[in-house]
Design a protein around this ligand. Structure first.
Ligand code: FES
Length: 106
C-alpha cells in the first residue's frame, strides 16, 4: 500500500485527485504550498495535508472543513486578511492565507 504524505510530512486522510493539474503558489501562515489552480480551496488544503483551518475563540479547539457546502462555518480561514469560508472559494495564484487565532488570540 502506498503511503501518501502531506506538506507536514504526516500521512494525509485526503488524496489529491488531480496530481498533474497546474499548480499555483499559495502561502498559509507563511508556509508555501503549491495547490491546483481553480480547485476548491478547502479540498485543496485537505489534499495538501492541512486539516486545521482555525481554532475556536472560546476553547481553542481546532476546526476544519465538515460540510463542504457553506453551512457549518468550520472551514473559516483568513484570505487576504478577510475571514472567509474556504469551501466556498477557489484556489488562485498568490493567495495569502492565515489561520484565525484561537483562545486568547485576536
Ligand atoms: S466546510 Fe462547512 S462551511 Fe465550509
Amino acid at each position: 500500500m502506498r503511503r501518501i504524505l502531506g506538506c507536514s510530512g504526516r500521512p494525509v486522510l485526503f488524496r489529491d485527485l488531480s496530481p498533474d493539474a497546474p499548480r499555483v503558489r499559495v502561502t498559509l501562515d507563511g508556509q508555501v504550498l503549491h495547490l491546483p489552480a481553480g480547485a476548491n480551496l478547502a479540498a485543496a488544503l485537505l489534499g495538501a495535508g492541512i486539516t486545521t483551518f482555525r481554532m475556536t475563540p472560546v476553547s481553542g479547539a481546532s476546526r476544519g472543513p465538515f460540510c463542504m457546502m457553506g453551512a457549518c462555518f468550520d472551514c473559516l480561514i483568513g484570505v487576504e486578511g478577510v475571514t472567509r469560508q474556504a469551501c466556498m472559494m477557489q484556489v488562485s495564484d498568490g493567495m495569502v492565507l492565515t489561520r484565525p487565532l484561537g483562545k486568547g488570540g485576536a
